[in-house]
Design a protein around this ligand. Structure first.
Ligand code: NAI
Length: 364
């Protein structure tokens, strides 16, 4: 099969290319891979392409989108679920649809969040290091039973619900907050929707599964950290800027939190996905977080499973194929309700799709 859409694929690693090349045997697009991220300095590389394919740490700000439009780029295909790094309004006004890959593997991220929780709680990371050094003492490695504890899930979309499903197996009490509560899931998963303040006050574990929107920046801040149960565990597999990292350092220093699992970090762009082992970390907050024995930082890898990469590659190229064929863009992003304080006119549990007016703008 041959498809004449020319796609510039940014911020690629060998694993991206492998999965995209495999999926592309069914589509036949012309894919050109760039190692560099897409941003103000690199936007001109997209000249001569019909579409750009971007990832989580590319910077598609207003100026970049204007430059893409000027060069004739007609589609932005995000190969991820989050889209906080895209100036959506600019894309809409330039008439460039933005597509993404929603829910490529909620299990991948939910299972990873659970892995972080288990590791932090039972100090498996520390035990691993101790034994390798010939230290078989278990002093200081005590955890707690999950059964009977309360987990607070912030955001009950695809990943949050999958995480709830996993925690249910441990016999935990599950609290949730979401501006669009899913009443059906609440029933089947025994989730209790509560206001965010109640969730913070009553949860032993708080796990973030909401998108980064302007409203959600620093959702976890000094105030909300102060509300949390002393010794709570905080997990973030969503986006770094949901947490005020300086406030997090303080909360860890005072013991207000007993542990934090961070797969994302607010200033991750310069570090995550890269080998910086020969360099000095210039980000003092990241460097401080790396010193805590009760903090696990990983490099935005929660999504990183075979199944997820297969799904990401196939859905990304299908989104491009739909665009090329003038079909409806099922995965087009418009200004959806993620992050809005309420969802007017929605029934509980109803998905919050973009309004018709915006759909028209983003679909060719
Ligand atoms: P989704 O769109 O299915 O669900 C997000 C939910 O969060 C929605 O129900 C929305 O109403 C809710 N929400 C928005 N603002 C909220 C707030 N202030 N408080 C509580 N709930 C709020 O998204 P999905 O697929 O579950 O993904 C969640 C996030 O996970 C993504 O936005 C992305 O940032 C992150 N992610 C991280 C990955 C990683 O590798 N670490 C991989 C994939 C996604």
């Amino acid at each position: 099969m041959k498809n004449d859409l020319r796609i510039a694929v940014f911020d690629t690693k060998p694993y991206d290319r492998r999965f995209l090349d495999e999926a592309n045997t069914h589509f036949g697009f012309s894919l050109t891979y760039f190692e560099t991220k897409l941003g103000p300095e690199t936007a001109r590389l997209a000249g001569g392409f019909d579409a750009v394919c971007s990832f989580v740490n590319d910077d598609l700000n207003e100026a970049v989108i204007a430059e893409l439009a000027r060069m004739g780029v007609r589609l932005i295909a995000m190969r991820c679920a989050g889209y906080n790094n895209v100036a959506l309004k600019s894309a809409c006004s330039c008439g460039i649809p933005v597509v993404r890959v929603p829910g490529y593997s909620p299990c991948a991220v939910a299972e990873y969040a659970l892995g972080m929780l288990m590791t932090l709680n039972r100090r498996i990371h520390r035990a691993y290091n101790r034994v390798r050094e010939g230290n078989f003492a278990i002093n200081g490695l005590m955890g707690f039973d999950l059964r009977g504890k309360t987990a607070g899930i912030v955001g009950t979309g695809r990943i949050g619900k999958t995480f709830a499903e996993l925690l249910q197996g441990f016999g935990m009490r599950l609290l949730a907050s979401d501006p669009c509560p899913d009443r059906k899931a609440a029933e089947t998963l025994h989730l209790e929707y509560v206001p965010p303040e109640t969730l913070f006050r009553e949860s032993d574990i708080v796990s973030l599964h909401c998108p980064l929107t302007p409203e959600n920046v620093h959702l976890i801040n000094r105030n909300t950290l102060n509300m949390m149960k002393p010794g709570a565990v905080l997990l973030n597999t969503s986006r770094g800027r949901l947490i005020d990292s300086a406030a997090l350092v303080e909360a860890l220093k005072t013991g207000c939190l007993s542990a934090a699992g961070l797969d994302v970090y607010e200033e991750e762009t310069d570090y995550f996905f890269e080998d910086r082992s020969g360099e000095i970390v210039q980000d003092d907050i990241l460097a401080r977080l790396m010193t805590f024995p009760n903090v696990i930082i990983s490099s935005h890898q929660a999504f990183f499973t075979r199944e997820a990469l297969t799904n990401i590659a196939e859905t990304t190229l299908k989104n491009c194929a739909d665009f090329a064929a003038g079909r409806k863009l099922e995965n087009a992003i418009a200004l959806n309700c993620g992050g809005m304080k309420s969802c007017p006119g929605k029934e509980p549990g109803e998905r919050c799709d973009p309004p018709e007016s915006l759909k028209k703008t983003v679909n060719p």
